[in-house]
Design a protein around this ligand. Sequence first.
Ligand code: 0X9
Ligand code: CA
Ligand code: ZN
Length: 455
Amino acid sequence: MRPPTPRTPRSRRLRGKVATAATAVLLTLAMAAPAASRTEEPTHSYEVTGPRTAAQRTAVAATGASVDAVRRGSVVITADAAQAERVRRLGYSVRVLPGPPDRSDGRRAEPFDFPPADANYHNYAEAMAEINADIARYPSLMSKQVIGKSYEGRDIIAVKVTGAGTGTGTGTGPTGGAAVAAAARPEVLFTHHQHAREHLTVEMALYLLKEFGSKYGSDARVTKMLDSRVVWIVPDLNPDGGEYDIATGSYRSWRKNRQPNNGSSARGTDLNRNWDYKWGCCGGSSGSTGSETYRGTAPESAPEVKVVADFVRSRIVDGKQQIKAAIDFHTYSELVLWPFGWTYDDTAPGMTKDDRDAFAAVGKSMAASNGYTPEQASDLYITDGSIDDWLWGNQKIFAYTFEMYPNSSGAGGGFYPPDEVIDRETARNRDAVLQLLENADCMYRSIGKEAQYCR
Ligand code: 0X9
Ligand code: CA
Ligand code: ZN
């Protein structure tokens, strides 16, 4: 079956103008045939009271629900009715929480656009336009590559950001040998928006591009880093899911991509369970197409994961992976997480004590700057096939997961914080991002072992 042609949403400048016939047709389609409610099981957010250990939370996740927030003695999940019933049968009390907030302001949203009260979020077309404008403004600092396409055919891009200065990865400052120095720059990867409803992560990517562009040459810390590192920003791994989530003007709490599943009316693979490291190994994902954490038919069966994994592999030069460190941005819970997610153990094959200690040292230092909680990913619950396990286990990239604002599902809006918080909550990670860039040339310096590992 051919994927449908992606619809190009109109720019927000046109909002309020007379709807064209084409737009009216789109609106009708989007409103009249919500695939989720007709052919897929509707999901709700629930508070589950009882689970207080990681093993108990892993058992809750094994019902096929996604665990969205962890508290002492309870969790918040997204689940359909059958999954919620399975959680109940584990012996926990389950209470329906309110659905996504209504941000319509009593006005009708344009199809494939954020509701009026959240207009400062960027849909796919708006984000691409913003990025193109940044690149046009700072052409010697940043450039764009289309690294592949989503299932529905949208471009997945990587933006390269690196300065014209002559710094190297050694921290010795200007060398006068620009061509040689540029080849030696450690590379750092930022990935965003694996999960459709986590729209704040796209804003995080836009913030980084603006910050790097506007501060290069004036802010000493930014300048030094961009002259001695190559930054790669993949601002949107899941454009299809993101557009689907906002398509009707009411948020759908969608998580996965929009790939159809053979023999099932349920769409989507959880991209963060589809990476090729210990895929499906350990009860940290689901083999059921209807699950929120469906792992796909095989590692990298989701085109979006394959595209980004191929891109990461393309950064192996002369047998050496150039990318040294990474952050994958998610929402919510305000966490800095490090691998592994597939095992509760701190160390494991492929994770020595020194590796773990370096992860923890830099992780805790970043968390001290943004006020998040630092911990190993599996302290929450087991995940398998997640991006950071693959980046570390397969590519030896020091990869973190950040869970952004809000802290809990209550006050901050859960997956849908109001657009008023975008500036504050993206800038909040400025120092952590710079810290990762500063550590990227030798993560083991953080544990006093530079001489042993980085010569
Ligand atoms: O479950 C996930 O994929 C992440 N949480 S979210 O609510 N954004 O879906 C957490 C992943 C943590 N595990 C690893 N990073 N391995
Ligand atoms: Ca607003
Ligand atoms: Zn997520």
